[in-house]
Design a protein. Structure first.
Length: 202
C-alpha cells in the first residue's frame, strides 16, 4: 500500500495557499531564495523602480508582482525584495509603516468617547479607518497585515510626569495606548479601557 504526504504550500507571488497530496515516491523541485533591501524610487511605463542603497543598482519590478503591496509603496522607503534565480518574485513589507494622510473628513465633536472611526485616504491611495481627530497632513502608523490604524503605544518601566498637577505613571510596567485629543491633550487607555476619567497634557 502506497503512503501519502499531505501538505499545504503557499505561492510566493500570489500568497495563495494550495493543498497537495503526494506519494512517498514523488518529490518537489527546490528553489533558491534571497532577500535583499531595496529603496523604492519611482514608477514609469516600465514598472516600479527599486534601487540598491549600497550599489545604486536599479531594478524594475512588474506591476503584477507589486499589485498586492502598491498602496504601501512610498518614495525613499526601504523594502525587502524576494529573489529566486535573480528574479524578483515578491515585495515584502515591514509589520507597520508610517504614512501621510491626504484626505480625511471632519470629525464630529463629542464622538471621540465612543471610539468612532472615519475613512481617511493616504497619499498612496490606501484607505484606512482612523479616529475622528486625525486630519489631512498628519502622519499615522498603519499595520500592513490588514491596513489598520495603529495608535501610539508606550511602555514605561518607571514613573513619568504626565500632566501639570504632577500626576505620575506608577512603575507597574503597564503597556497602554495614548490617543491624541484636541489642544495637544491625550487620553490614555489600556486596550480600550480608559485609565483616567479626563484627558491629560503630554
Amino acid at each position: 500500500m502506497a503512503s501519502y504526504v499531505q501538505m499545504s504550500i503557499r505561492s510566493i507571488s500570489t500568497k495563495k495557499v494550495y493543498n497537495l497530496r503526494l506519494t512517498s515516491n514523488e518529490s518537489l523541485e527546490g528553489v533558491n531564495l534571497a532577500r535583499e533591501e531595496y529603496e523604492f524610487s519611482y514608477i514609469d511605463g516600465m514598472g516600479y523602480h527599486f534601487m540598491n542603497p549600497d550599489t545604486y543598482e536599479d531594478i524594475t519590478v512588474s506591476p503584477e508582482i507589486v499589485e498586492p503591496v502598491k498602496d504601501y509603496l512610498m518614495e525613499g522607503n526601504i523594502y525587502i525584495l524576494l529573489f529566486t534565480d535573480e528574479t524578483v518574485v515578491s515585495v515584502e513589507l515591514p509589520a507597520a509603516i508610517t504614512m501621510e494622510v491626504a484626505e480625511a473628513p471632519e470629525g464630529v465633536k463629542g464622538d471621540s468617547a465612543n471610539n468612532v472611526y472615519k475613512s481617511a485616504t493616504m497619499t498612496t491611495g490606501l484607505v484606512v479607518q482612523v479616529p475622528l481627530f486625525i486630519k489631512p497632513g498628519e502622519k499615522i502608523s498603519v499595520k500592513t497585515e490588514d491596513g489598520s490604524y495603529l495608535p501610539l503605544f508606550l511602555f514605561f518601566e518607571e514613573p513619568r510626569p504626565v500632566c501639570p498637577d504632577g500626576a505620575f505613571f506608577m512603575p507597574q510596567s503597564l503597556p497602554f495606548f495614548l490617543f491624541p485629543e484636541e489642544g495637544g491633550y491625550f487620553s490614555a487607555r489600556y486596550g480600550m479601557v480608559p485609565l483616567w476619567g479626563e484627558s491629560f497634557f503630554w
